[in-house]
Design a protein around this ligand. Structure first.
Ligand SMILES: NC(=O)c1ccc[n+]([C@@H]2O[C@H](COP(=O)([O-])OP(=O)(O)OC[C@H]3O[C@@H](n4cnc5c(N)ncnc54)[C@H](O)[C@@H]3O)[C@@H](O)[C@H]2O)c1
Length: 379
């Protein structure tokens, strides 16, 4: 069987999460071709070599162009900051490589459109790492909605709260704080955190027609980690928007890095005519379920421990009652990508799905400026 040779760009947080998934997936999911960690790419040779040694990559490159030029690489995995996604993905598509790209797909929707056209023209398999879709409790929510168990959906409510940039001493730019530099991140919490909420929402509840938003940058100037100079902050620190979905439901979305006490509180709740569901990243293996059709005397919120073999992905793991965690969502994404390759039915989210999210985040940022409702373009 021909192995699938991976070349990864970036050895940070996501470089580790993806590498862990590539290594584990074959132990838990049947693969029709083995994965080989062929090369890791980063600009610092010593750090890249240390990463390659830790995770078992056969070789290293310090220039992603050289990685793409290699005939022994089948798939380019982009685990680097947002400002380099487009250049790498477009070059990889032209070279005929499969591409897995981190989220948000691009700095903005026009850039995401160029990337999407590039992979579609080259007909290369492509996927965006919106991994939360593949947390079993979230996948179960999708199953329940698709089975019609909630009935008509009235409300979608999502938030993603953090608190790590409250201090004005946190710099912008450079390793670790590139998310605060608009020229590298594209936007602030809108592209970083709300993008996750939006991807899940589009998947669970369909397309969004229009949005009205407000954003705020609480700390106006920060020192740049690379130049040492104080610079204007160009990102949004907090972002909240109202949305109208095409199915008639109303939504609220909120993300911030100024919610003291919260580290990564991603939650959503969906209210339908018969039932409601809610989910919380801090308790990610549980799905909360309320069904109005239950007999009145036992009606109430159920906390479903998603660990049984007939619940999504769980038959591939341990025994009922034993839960899995964050890193497994990445394993599932690789498993589904490979199953998609084998079946010829590409797994989502593709670049075009990633573009759909970028179109919503662009409309959110536009509305925050215009102070009006803005229509969301279709991907
Ligand atoms: N799916 C998720 O839940 C999730 C979580 C975190 C980050 N992300 C996304 O993953 C991407 C990376 O984020 P991260 O948290 O891993 O960042 P990070 O800062 O931890 O790592 C980024 C890596 O990219 C490398 N890099 C930067 N520019 C490069 C270049 N020109 N060529 C080669 N390597 C380069 C850095 O050296 C570093 O190794 C971002 O797009 C981010 O939005 C997604």
């Amino acid at each position: 069987m021909k192995p699938l040779n991976i070349g990864i760009v970036g050895y940070g947080f996501m470089g580790r999460a993806h590498s862990n998934a590539f290594r584990k997936v074959g132990n838990f999911f049947p693969l029709d071709r083995p994965i080989v960690l062929k090369a890791a790419c980063g600009r610092d040779a010593a750090k890249t070599q240390a990463f390659a040694d830790t995770w078992g990559y056969e070789s290293i490159e310090t220039d992603w162009k050289k990685l793409i030029a290699r005939a022994d690489i089948d798939l380019i995995d982009i685990a680097a900051p947002n400002n380099v996604h487009a250049e790498i993905a477009i070059a990889a598509a032209k070279a005929g490589k499969m591409i897995l790209c981190e989220k948000p797909l691009a700095m903005n929707a026009p850039e995401a459109l160029v990337m999407t056209k590039a992979v579609e023209k080259a007909k290369v398999p492509n996927m965006v790492w919106y991994n939360y879709r593949r947390i079993p409790a979230v996948t179960l929510a999708k199953q329940l909605i698709d089975e019609g168990k909630l009935g008509k959906i009235f409300h979608y409510r999502a938030k993603f709260l953090q608190d790590w940039t409250i201090s004005a001493d946190v710099p912008q730019g450079g390793p670790g704080t590139w998310r605060l530099d608009a020229s590298v991140a594209g936007s602030g919490v809108t592209g970083d955190l709300l993008a996750h909420c939006i991807d899940t929402a589009l998947w669970l509840n369909g397309s969004i027609d229009k949005v009205t938003a407000m954003t705020e940058t609480f700390v106006k100037e920060r020192q740049h980690a690379l130049t040492g100079k104080k610079q204007k902050v160009g990102i949004d620190d907090a972002s909240a928007f109202l949305a109208r979905f095409s199915n008639g439901s109303l939504a609220t979305f909120e993300a911030t890095r100024y919610a003291r006490g919260h580290k990564a509180l991603y939650t959503f709740e969906i209210n339908g005519e018969h039932a409601s569901i809610s989910w919380d990243l801090h308790d990610l293996h549980r799905l909360q379920w309320f069904d109005h059709r239950d007999p009145g005397i036992v009606r109430g919120w159920r906390s479903i421990h998603v660990s049984d073999g007939d619940q999504p992905y769980m038959k591939n793991w341990w025994v009922p009652g034993l839960q899995i965690g964050y890193e497994h969502s990445f394993v599932h994404q690789v498993a589904d990508f490979l199953a998609g390759l084998a079946s010829g039915q590409p797994a989502a989210p593709t670049f075009r799905d990633g573009l759909a999210t970028d179109l919503v985040t662009d409309a959110v940022l536009k509305s925050a400026k215009s102070q009006r409702w803005e229509k969301v373009k279709r991907a």
